[in-house]
Write a protein that binds this ligand. Structure first.
Ligand SMILES: Cc1cc2nc3c(=O)[nH]c(=O)nc-3n(C[C@H](O)[C@H](O)[C@H](O)COP(=O)(O)OP(=O)(O)OC[C@H]3O[C@@H](n4cnc5c(N)ncnc54)[C@H](O)[C@@H]3O)c2cc1C
Length: 580
């Protein structure tokens, strides 16, 4: 496959890559703000069906009534994030989410659960000082995504390209982003979609780990595309492991989530010896402690030989009463029943699972990246959550910043030309994607993916240390070189092995960023735990990554900007360090 591939062209005003909460809200906001604009949403899967927003079980954090307050939500978010959050982004999340919840109901047709007096019901979630989490039973994401999707289909100015994956961003000679090269997976056809404004809303996704809770269609493509286009990344070492993924030996269900509301409602975690082990790790908050701490506690129990025979721990909600559990956690009960467990009446085996990436592309409060024409929102962006995301702040992030991005892009494209992308640059991007096809002999993608997942789980997972991280970087670089030389069976149409090769290319890039960033943080903070540096340091800094001069990507640190609040006894670092 050496001749230049055929490339179709499509011009649009705004190009949105990804159709989760961030992508759909961006499309709706842009369309409502400037109805004359043409908006294109390209999504790897089916509209409304792919990504993690649909999987949201627990709910959506927003401050609605006293005694809760914006200040309390802000403080919880910073404390949860171990004080390395971008405070302006966190404040934006907190102040915009109440309005977004009302908009979801009154403009887009969602209906959240009510209290007997008709007000929206808010439930407790871990790490939060008030009952703040708005929900639709334990299937909140389905409600949000179904309503947003219906609204998108209703607006003629929004064109949805399903099963179109973004391969690379298109840039002009000055580096301005002018759209993206897409692959229509069904037809195996390349489409150069040109637009003055492009949004990364592909939802990150730590699918380079062995056990995952997130949607398997994600491959952190947005991170890889952003990096290649010159955007800066931050907090890549901060990967959230959820403590209660299902453990079903021998089944792909392993890792699928049992939501945090179970712990919020008073669920107990016990180890293989029947001990309620959180008394040892956080005697004050017990199971309602933050995710990072509970996940590490579960992991440690198993590591130190106190796990269940299946290699997990147990969550027990049976003392809440079977009828109550069946009513409040319908989705969870059904999910457990699928593999023969009765959540309402017996303990269920669970363990940590890779869930969410706090890290992502650096943005400002208008979702602008440092690259002209390129915007980012949702899990592709970094900074809102710092070192650890609070449950309920993820879907808020995606819909709040998606909406903002839609508004900002609609204003920004007015009267603006599309950057002139040279056809040779488009053809080069297509050729890069075609590399593994038609090679004949070459290594298969799947053992390489399995090895990457093992390396990430074992050495860049819940418990890390310098030597393991250095070995992981070496292994990831080796896997990367072998992916470049791997082969996939021929055929452009619905070639799933080719799609997995494209996924793996992004996963390797992101894995390298995670491991290098973890090396650049010789302390333990939030979800990042270093056995060789078990305590948090006194200095507050963020780890950044990008092509800042030089040939390859680089990782460095900068002091945290404490723009609104400062924790006691901690100072922003004045030093710039690189490496371990
Ligand atoms: C099981 C589970 C439960 C959760 N529960 C909660 C909760 O209770 N509360 C909470 O606040 N958060 C929760 N979260 C986190 C929350 O889901 C995310 O924070 C949020 O949904 C991310 O939204 P997003 O729009 O950025 O990404 P997503 O919703 O994941 O959407 C990403 C989109 O990008 C598309 N895409 C990916 N790659 C490409 C590509 N190359 N080209 C084109 N399209 C692409 C995907 O198909 C998808 O449409 C949960 C997550 C999981 C996995």
């Amino acid at each position: 496959m050496t001749a230049d591939p055929a490339i179709e062209h499509l011009d649009t005003d705004i190009l949105i890559l990804g159709a989760g909460g961030a992508g759909l809200t961006a499309a709706l906001h842009a369309s409502d703000r400037a109805p004359g604009l043409e908006i294109t949403v390209a999504v790897k899967g089916l509209l409304g069906r792919a990504g993690c927003t649909r999987m949201v079980q627990g709910g959506y954090n927003a401050v609605l009534t006293p005694p809760d307050s914006l200040e309390a939500h802000f403080l919880d978010t910073l404390q949860g994030g171990a004080w390395i959050n971008d405070q302006e982004l966190a404040w934006t999340l907190v102040t915009e989410s109440p309005g977004r919840v009302l908009e979801l109901e009154s403009r887009y047709g969602c209906l959240f659960d009510r209290r007997p007096d008709g007000r929206i019901h808010q439930k407790p979630f871990a790490g939060q000082s008030h009952d703040r989490t708005i929900h639709k039973g334990d299937l909140t994401g389905i409600e949000i995504m179904n309503r947003l999707t219906e609204q998108v289909w209703r607006r003629p100015s929004i064109r949805a390209l399903e099963e179109h994956r973004a391969l690379d961003l298109l840039q002009d000679d000055e580096g301005r982003v002018g759209g993206a090269l897409l692959l229509d997976v069904r037809r195996g056809a390349f489409v150069a979609a040109r637009a003055p404004a492009t949004l990364l809303a592909m939802g990150g996704g730590p699918t380079m780990y062995r056990v995952i809770a997130c949607s398997a269609d994600k491959a952190s493509d947005g991170i890889a595309l952003g990096l290649r286009a010159g955007a800066r990344l931050r907090d890549m070492e901060m990967v959230q492991f959820h403590p209660t993924g299902l453990v079903v030996p021998g089944s792909l269900m392993t890792g699928a989530l049992l939501e945090e509301g179970l712990r919020g409602a008073g669920g107990h975690l016990v180890n293989g010896r029947g001990e309620r082990f959180m008394t040892r790790y956080d005697p004050a908050r017990l199971e309602r402690s933050t995710r990072d701490l509970v996940a590490r506690a579960c992991f440690t129990e198993v590591l130190e030989g106190r796990g269940t025979p299946g290699g997990g721990v147990l969550i027990d909600v049976s003392h809440l009463g079977a009828a109550e559990v069946e009513k409040r956690f319908r989705g969870m009960v059904r999910r457990c029943r699928d593999f023969g467990r009765d959540l309402a009446r017996e303990p269920v085996e669970v363990g940590p699972t890779a869930h969410f990436m706090m890290g992502g592309v650096v943005i400002d409060t208008a979702c602008r990246t440092g690259v002209e024409g390129l915007f980012a929102a949702g899990e592709d962006a970094g900074g809102v959550h710092g070192a650890n995301r609070l449950g309920g702040n993820g879907v808020g992030e995606s819909t709040v910043f998606g909406g903002l991005a839609g508004d900002v892009m609609a204003d920004w494209v007015a009267g603006r030309e599309r950057p002139g992308v040279r056809p040779a640059a488009v053809a080069a991007a297509a050729r890069r994607a075609l590399l593994p096809l038609g090679r004949g002999r070459g290594e298969s993608v799947y053992p390489l993916l399995a090895r990457l997942r093992d390396v990430m789980w074992d050495q860049v997972g819940l418990i890390r240390e310098g030597d393991g991280l250095r070995a992981a970087v070496e292994a990831i670089e080796d896997i990367g070189a072998r992916v470049d030389a791997a082969a996939v069976p021929d055929g452009l149409v619905y070639n799933l092995a080719w799609q997995d090769w494209l996924n793996l290319r992004s996963q390797v890039t992101t894995a390298w960023l995670i491991a290098q960033s973890a090396l650049a943080r010789p302390e333990s903070r939030g979800s990042h735990y270093r056995r060789d540096h078990p305590d948090p340091g006194r200095d507050l800094y963020v780890v950044l990554a990008g092509y800042a001069g030089g040939a390859g990507p680089r990782v460095w640190t900068e002091p945290v900007k404490l723009t609104r609040l400062a924790p006691e006894g901690v100072r922003p670092s004045a030093t710039i360090e690189v490496g371990d």
